[in-house]
Design a protein around this ligand. Structure first.
Ligand code: IPE
Ligand code: IPE
Ligand code: MG
Length: 258
């Protein structure tokens, strides 16, 4: 069987993937960005949408194939109702204003997270974004909205249990691949690189299953200040890492002759 074709632009001379295929971003620090300037938190969120536009453009130019962004967590409902309302409004406006442009540039939009309980018009916008762009072959933009990884994994367990109850799945046949197949990210490769802005060093219930072997890069910049240079800096750091997936490093393997 021949090797799958990898676009040349993503490979350096020694064949090591120079550009991560899938980058996931925890866009954090909007509130602190605003507070530092004496502005209301919502202003940080608004500027965060601009940073998102820049980042999507840069990701496409750099040759990243999939970008997943954490835009609203299952736990963010615990914020004051006014802030939640503003975040919902920003999502609505982002899809209404930017969808046509994203579609024109070949971006395929996917949404992960819980749809139940969202306002009906938001549910419709999410479907519209996915439907309009589903045949596109450019950058895939995965929006994690009303997303929580534990909820996602619990949902996968529930679906596996339902399949067992219906007799289409045997308990002894449940493997890692079975569970992965029931996640929202079923047909997507795991993120190679996860970036979190604002200096916080935690995952906050983001892609817990899929991040098993992701490289984590924490950048001090708050999300509204994120730009192409910050993204490239994170990718440079990623390139310094040696991904072992539980095996041996290249040097150690050579020494043991394996
Ligand atoms: C990230 O910024 C946006 C969301 C979580 C929706 P924050 O709103 O968390 O900003 P900080 O962390 O309070 O500064
Ligand atoms: C994670 O940021 C969620 C998003 C970026 C959407 P939070 O600001 O909600 O995370 P914690 O509460 O600081 O862990
Ligand atoms: Mg935060």
């Amino acid at each position: 069987m021949s090797e799958p074709e990898v676009p040349q632009s993503t490979l350096s001379a020694d064949g090591i993937a120079a550009v991560p295929h899938h980058v996931a971003i925890i866009m954090d620090g909007n509130g602190r960005w605003a507070a530092a300037r004496g502005l209301p938190r919502v202003e940080g969120h608004r500027r965060g949408v601009e940073a998102l536009r820049r980042t999507i453009r840069a990701a496409g130019e750099i040759g990243i194939r999939i970008i997943t962004i954490f835009s609203f967590s299952s736990e963010n409902w615990s914020r004051p109702a006014a802030e939640v309302g503003e975040l919902m409004g920003l999502l609505r406006r982002f899809i209404r204003n930017d969808l046509a442009e994203l579609h024109k540039s070949g971006v395929r939009v996917r949404i992960i997270g819980e749809r139940a309980g969202l306002e009906a018009d938001i549910g419709r916008l999410l479907i519209e974004a996915e439907e309009l762009t589903k045949e596109n072959t450019g950058l895939t933009l995965v929006v994690a909205f009303n997303y929580g990884a534990r909820q996602e994994i619990a949902g996968a367990a529930r679906r596996a249990a339902e399949a067992v109850a219906q007799g289409t799945l045997k308990p002894q046949d449940i493997t890692v691949d079975t569970i992965a197949g029931f996640l929202d990210t079923a047909d997507m490769p795991d993120p190679d690189l996860i970036i979190r802005t604002s200096g916080e060093q935690r995952l906050s219930n983001f892609l817990l299953w899929q991040s098993a072997y992701s490289e984590l890069v924490f950048v001090p910049a708050n999300w509204p200040d994120f730009d192409r240079a910050t993204l490239e800096g994170a990718i440079r750091e990623y390139r310094q890492r040696e991904r072992r997936f539980g095996g041996l490093s290249g040097a150690a393997a050579a020494k043991t002759g394996s």
